[in-house]
Design a protein around this ligand. Structure first.
Ligand code: PMP
Length: 418
């Protein structure tokens, strides 16, 4: 475009934006929250699931204290998602994030050789990743080393090089299936390499956060290879700790979370939990067992979520495609996830922060720009996460039209100043 053409187009975009500013919206597409319609899918969990028998298969009175590792039937159910045996499965409270935090606290301070004894503790952070992972590492004073994601998991060459050289690197996070926010699923090859790689720190751990293990949006259901199995084959069976939860299957905040790892690791972490709690909410565990039953029932239940979620993802893609296809694709690239809760936008360099600010000024809240990078720092300033699940379709359409205006407006303004 010539400078005159850019100026002319900017005039149009600025007047469109002024209209938005005069009548601000009240829409959020900031966090991956299930919509009210999705929550309704699990009303039966509370209203229709009758517990007839207060005793679990392993003879625990579920109303009482006891059973720190979880009910046997709950451990079996989550074992189906984690590919673990009962002894390798720990079922806890309502949050997998809290389990991850407890895991880090354990290795940092109370394990046999606590990390905090050394000078520095570092973690590998595949980016763009989940901001709450970065918040917990930062909170514990763990230095974060970003490694780029490739579309099929982390750049393994970079990971292998880093962990082989630096014993201060104690572990890494991975969201293997439908990563938050890029939507990618890790390749089988990368899983094998993670299991086999040489690490300078001998007790290196991988926090394998499989939050979206059954959260498919299409019939082409992606599944990450079994890292625990690969680690066992490689002789590194204590390397991985897997996490899942029902937060986005049933009711976030009232779901059930679980961990899967070698029996030794599970026992080690259970000991850590035993210092914090007597036992978790086994009544809720039982409700979930009765409601979700088995993997097949879970998959069927998740298809109902997909029916509600898919049209929202399709809308986002359709509107971005209408604005930014062909010649105009230089303004922004976006992911087309087959599962999970997010779409990731790569804007022109130096534009993401301004775009999110402009959206905020017209009453549309997005996740802060670049939040998917450790410390929120991304020198390219080109990363925006969209979370379309909570908004109604009409609001989503409005938000996307406004976003497209803001993307073009900010990019063209930058092109004039550069
Ligand atoms: N991990 C990831 C990757 C997530 O996206 C989320 C939810 N947004 C969580 C964990 C939260 O899990 P929970 O509710 O079990 O704490």
């Amino acid at each position: 475009m010539s400078i005159e053409e850019i100026s002319e187009r900017l005039e149009q975009l600025r007047s469109q934006y002024a209209l938005y500013k005069n009548r601000p919206f009240d829409i959020t597409i900031a966090r991956g929250i299930p919509s009210t319609e999705q929550l309704k899918l699990s009303e039966a969990l509370l209203n229709e699931t009758r517990i007839e028998n207060w005793y679990s298969e392993d003879e625990l009175d579920i109303r009482n204290y006891g059973g720190l590792f979880g009910l046997k039937e709950a451990r079996e159910l989550f074992g189906e998602l984690l590919n673990t045996q009962v002894e390798e499965t720990f079922v806890g409270g309502n949050s997998s994030l809290q389990m991850m935090y407890a895991t880090l606290v354990h290795f940092m301070f109370t394990a046999k050789n606590p990390w905090s004894r050394g000078d520095k503790v570092k973690f590998i952070c595949p980016s763009p990743g989940y901001d709450r992972h970065w918040f917990m590492l930062d909170h514990l004073g763990i230095e974060m080393i970003p490694v780029e994601l490739t579309g099929q998991g982390p750049d393994m060459e970079a990971v292998e090089k880093l962990v082989a050289q630096d014993p201060a690197i104690k572990g890494m996070f991975v969201v293997p299936t439908y990563n938050n926010p890029t939507g990618e699923t890790i390749s089988d090859e990368s899983v094998t390499r993670l299991a086999n790689m040489f690490t300078a720190y001998e007790d290196f751990i991988i926090l394998w956060d499989n939050a979206y293990v059954v959260h498919h949006l299409t019939d082409d259901k992606k599944e990450a290879a079994d890292l625990l199995k690969a680690c066992k084959e490689a002789g590194n069976e204590n390397r991985v700790i897997q996490y899942v939860s029902t937060s986005k299957m049933t009711l976030p905040g009232s779901g059930v979370a679980a961990m899967g790892a070698s029996e030794a690791r599970i026992n080690e972490l259970a000991l850590e939990f035993s210092k914090q709690i007597i036992s978790f909410d086994k009544i809720n565990q039982m409700r979930h067992v009765l409601f979700l039953k088995d993997r097949e029932t879970i998959e069927h239940h998740m298809e109902k979520h997909a029916e509600i979620l898919s049209p929202k993802f399709d809308w986002v893609d359709a509107i971005l495609s209408a604005y930014f296809s062909g010649d105009r694709s230089a303004f922004v690239q976006w992911t087309k996830p087959e599962g999970g809760y997010f779409i990731h936008l790569t804007t022109q360099d130096g534009c993401a922060t301004d775009i999110v600010e402009k959206m905020k000024a017209i009453g549309i809240e997005l996740t802060p720009a670049n939040a998917a990078y450790p410390y929120g720092v991304n020198p390219k300033d080109n990363s925006i996460r969209l979370a379309p699940s909570f908004a109604k379709l009409d609001d989503l359409e409005i938000a996307m039209e406004a976003l497209c205006t803001c993307i073009e407006l900010v990019s063209l303004e930058k092109s004039l100043t550069n």
